[in-house]
Design a protein around this ligand. Structure first.
Ligand SMILES: *Cc1c(COP(=O)(O)O)cnc(C)c1O
Length: 283
C-alpha cells in the first residue's frame, strides 16, 4: 500500500495515511522507537512487556527489539495454550521469551511487588507498559504528524483507532493550530480513558474520543462489522482488521454519512497496521 491514498466509498471521501508503508508494524514502530533508545541509554540488555495472546504490541516488540540487540520478554495474559497461535509463534521464533500468567496475576502488572518478582525471575529489564503507552511512546508518535504534514498538509481532522490513547495523544500534541484529532475507542465503557489521555497531554485540547465505535467491546467482531470490513476491502483494496482499523473506518463512514460535525471537514484517517491480528478471526 502507498503512504497516502484517496478513498471513495459509498459516496464518502477521505484520505488514508498508511503507517505500514513506513514500517510493517504500523503505529507500534513510533511508540517503540524512543523507548528502545531510552533502554539503550539506561544500559539495559532486556525489555519486558505485557499483552494478550494476539497483541500487536507484543508482536512488534518481538520483531524490533532484537534488531537493536535486545533480548525480549513478554508476560502474556492467560494460561499457556497447548499450541501457540501464529502471532506468538512468530514472536517466539524472533527470540522472545513468553511467560504465561493467569488473568489475576496479569492484573498486578503495575504493582511494584510483582515487578520485583519478575526481576527476580528474569534479571534486570527495561519495563515497557502494556501497549507501549508511556511518555516516550507518546513523544515518538508526534513524528506521525511531521511525516503527514510533509506528505499532505491539506486536512482538518485526523481519525485514528484508540486503545490506550498513546498514539492519539502524540498526534494531538504535534498537530498544527486549527487541526484536530478524533480517536475511535475500541473498548466498551472505557470511562477512564479521557482522563488518562488528559494526564498524558495536560495542555493539549484539540482531541476528542468517540465512544460509539467499539462494536460491543475489545476484540469483538459482530456480523455487521465483519460485513463492513469485507465490503470495504472489496471496494477499495485496503485491508482492515476487526480490533482497531476496521472499527475506526466503520465509525468514520457512519459519521461521514450522518454527522453535521464532519460536514466540510477534510478528513485523513490513519491506518495503524495490526493486520497480523486478522489471523485471529475466521474471515
Ligand atoms: C495498538 C494499536 C492501536 C492503538 O494504539 P494506542 O496508542 O494504544 O491507542 C491502534 N491500531 C492498531 C493497529 C494497534 O495495534
Amino acid at each position: 500500500m502507498s503512504l497516502l491514498q484517496k478513498v471513495s466509498y459509498r459516496g464518502c471521501e477521505f484520505d488514508l495515511f498508511d503507517l505500514t508503508a513506513i514500517n510493517p508494524i504500523g503505529n507500534k514502530f513510533f511508540k517503540l522507537r524512543n523507548n528502545l533508545q531510552l533502554a539503550v541509554k539506561q544500559g539495559h540488555q532486556q525489555i519486558l512487556t505485557f499483552g494478550g495472546a494476539w497483541s500487536n504490541h507484543v508482536h512488534a516488540l518481538a520483531q524490533i527489539g532484537p534488531q537493536q540487540g535486545f533480548k525480549t520478554i513478554a508476560v502474556i495474559r492467560g494460561e499457556q495454550p497447548v499450541a501457540l497461535n501464529p502471532s506468538l509463534q512468530e514472536a517466539q521464533a524472533a527470540g522472545m521469551q513468553l511467560h504465561f500468567v493467569s488473568r489475576a496475576t496479569y492484573k498486578q502488572r503495575e504493582s511494584l511487588e510483582y515487578l520485583a518478582e519478575l526481576e527476580q525471575s528474569f534479571g534486570k529489564f527495561y519495563l515497557l507498559p502494556e501497549g507501549g503507552t508511556n511518555s516516550a511512546g507518546v513523544e515518538g508518535c508526534r513524528e506521525i504528524v511531521d511525516i503527514l504534514q510533509k506528505t499532505q498538509p491539506e486536512y482538518d481532522e485526523v481519525f485514528v483507532a484508540l486503545g490506550s490513547g498513546g498514539t492519539m495523544a502524540g498526534i494531538a500534541k504535534e498537530l498544527p493550530k486549527g487541526k484536530s484529532v478524533t480517536g475511535v475507542c475500541v473498548l466498551k465503557g472505557a470511562v477512564g480513558i479521557n482522563d488518562s489521555v488528559s494526564a498524558l497531554i495536560p495542555d493539549v485540547h484539540n482531541w476528542h474520543i468517540d465512544h460509539e465505535g467499539h462494536c460491543g467491546g475489545y476484540a469483538k467482531c459482530p456480523e455487521d462489522l465483519k460485513t463492513f470490513i469485507l465490503d470495504f476491502e472489496a471496494h477499495t483494496g485496503i485491508d482492515l482488521e476487526p480490533v482497531y482499523t476496521g472499527k475506526m473506518i466503520y465509525r468514520l463512514i457512519r459519521l461521514l454519512e450522518s454527522s453535521q460535525r464532519l460536514a466540510n471537514r477534510r478528513v485523513v484517517a490513519i491506518h495503524t497496521g495490526g493486520l497480523q491480528g486478522r489471523r485471529g478471526y475466521d474471515f
